[in-house]
Unconditional design. Structure first.
Length: 137
């Protein structure tokens, strides 16, 4: 009887250990996806604000149907030194606007090889203006 009980205890520890390892793996995968989603959401917020700048008349401080002369403050983020760059706890964001095209490049703060690139092309139909790509995710 003692050998069977010892075997069941060891088997129980093995099953619990496997469960803990699988749980940690699932948690890490969900955390990475959540982080990527947060950076993407920030890029979409910047693009949305940039579209507001694009449509606003120049007399009101907008671009009057162009992204020329846009800076990060026009997109709702504070710049520290460079008017085309800003950062928050998720990533460092750099914008570029020329004519009817606006680009946001976000580089992850925790893993600098990972980035999100969002391109907004106002010359495209409304349902296909925004394209998002993920590099090294």
């Amino acid at each position: 009887m003692g050998t069977q009980q010892l075997l069941l205890i060891v088997l129980g520890f093995i099953i619990v250990g496997i469960g803990v390892v699988l749980g940690i793996g699932i948690f890490d995968a969900n955390a990475a996806q959540s982080y990527r989603d947060a950076i993407t959401q920030d890029c979409l917020h910047l693009a949305s604000s940039a579209q507001g700048f694009y449509r606003k008349p120049a007399a009101l401080g907008g671009g009057e149907n162009t992204f020329d002369n846009i800076d990060i403050a026009d997109c709702g983020m504070e710049a520290e030194t460079d008017m085309l760059k800003a950062e928050n706890m998720n990533a460092t964001y750099e914008i570029a606007g020329r004519g009817q095209t606006f680009t946001v490049t976000a580089v992850s703060k925790t893993e600098s090889e990972k980035s999100v690139v969002l391109i907004c092309d106002m010359s495209q139909p409304e349902n296909s203006r925004i394209s998002v790509s993920f590099e090294n995710w």
